[in-house]
Ligand binder design. Structure first.
Ligand SMILES: [Fe+2]
Ligand SMILES: [Fe+2]
Length: 226
C-alpha cells in the first residue's frame, strides 16, 4: 500500500474506532442514569379538586355546551339562506364546521365529567336558528354583524373562564384550559372573518350589534345556572 494512502487508511480507522467508542460509551451512561439508587421519587399525584372547584367546572361545561349549541344553530340558520351562495356559503360553512367540533368536544366533556347538560336545549336551538336565519334574510352584512356580536361576547366569556381556571393548579384543568384557549382563538377568528366580510355595513349596525350582544350575555347568565 502506498504510504500516503496507508496513513489516510489508518487515520480513518482510528476515527471510526473513536466514534464507535463514543456511541458505546454514551449508551451505558444513559442507562445507568435511570438506575441511580437515590434518584428523586416521582411527583405526588395532584390534590383532588374541591367540591367548589368541581361545581365551578360543571357550570362552565354546561354554559359552554349551551353556547356552542346555540352557535351551531345560528350557523345552521345562516346556511339555510346562504347554502347556494358561492361567496358567503363557504365562509359560513367553514365557521360552522369549527362550531360542530366545539360542540362535540363539550358534549364529550359533559359526558365524561357526568355534568348535567343544559335543561334549555330546545330554547337554545330555536333562538340560535331564528337569530341566524333572521339576520341572514336581512342580508349578508347583517348575518356577519350577528357573527361579530356573538363572537365578541363568546371571546370575552372564554377569556373570563380562562382567568378563573388559571387559579386551579390541576392537570385535568390544564387540559380544559388548552381546549378553551383553542376555541377562544377560533371564535376570535370568526369575529375577524365577520368584520372582513362587511359586518359593520349592516343596516342599523349599532343597534343590531348592541341587541345581539345583550341577548348573548343574558343567555350566558341563564345557561350557567339552568
Ligand atoms: Fe364555538
Ligand atoms: Fe364561533
Amino acid at each position: 500500500m502506498p504510504r500516503p494512502f496507508l496513513i489516510r487508511h489508518l487515520a480513518r480507522n482510528h476515527l471510526q474506532r473513536r466514534l464507535q467508542s463514543t456511541v458505546t460509551y454514551a449508551a451505558p451512561t444513559d442507562a445507568a442514569a435511570g438506575a441511580v439508587p437515590n434518584a428523586s421519587p416521582p411527583p405526588p399525584p395532584p390534590a383532588p379538586l374541591t367540591q367548589e372547584q368541581k361545581d365551578l367546572i360543571a357550570s362552565m361545561l354546561r354554559v359552554d355546551q349551551a353556547g356552542e349549541l346555540g352557535a351551531n344553530w345560528i350557523y345552521k340558520g345562516q346556511m339555510a339562506v346562504f347554502e347556494n351562495d358561492p361567496k358567503v356559503g363557504p365562509v359560513v360553512q367553514h365557521m360552522w364546521d369549527q362550531e360542530k367540533f366545539h360542540l362535540s368536544t363539550f358534549d364529550e366533556l359533559i359526558g365524561k365529567n357526568r355534568v348535567r347538560p343544559t335543561a334549555l336545549r330546545p330554547l337554545w336551538e330555536f333562538a340560535g336558528y331564528t337569530l341566524g336565519a333572521g339576520t341572514a334574510l336581512i342580508g349578508k352584512e347583517a348575518a356577519m354583524a350577528c357573527t361579530e356580536a356573538v363572537e365578541t361576547v363568546i371571546g370575552e366569556h372564554y377569556n373570563d373562564q380562562l382567568r378563573e381556571l388559571l387559579k386551579i393548579d390541576h392537570p385535568e384543568v390544564a387540559k380544559l384550559r388548552a381546549v378553551i384557549k383553542q376555541f377562544r382563538d377560533e371564535e376570535l377568528e370568526h369575529l375577524d372573518t365577520a368584520v372582513v366580510h362587511d359586518a359593520k355595513n349592516a343596516p342599523a349596525y349599532p343597534g343590531l350589534n348592541a341587541a345581539i350582544q345583550q341577548g348573548c350575555r343574558a343567555a350566558i347568565w341563564v345557561a350557567t345556572r339552568v
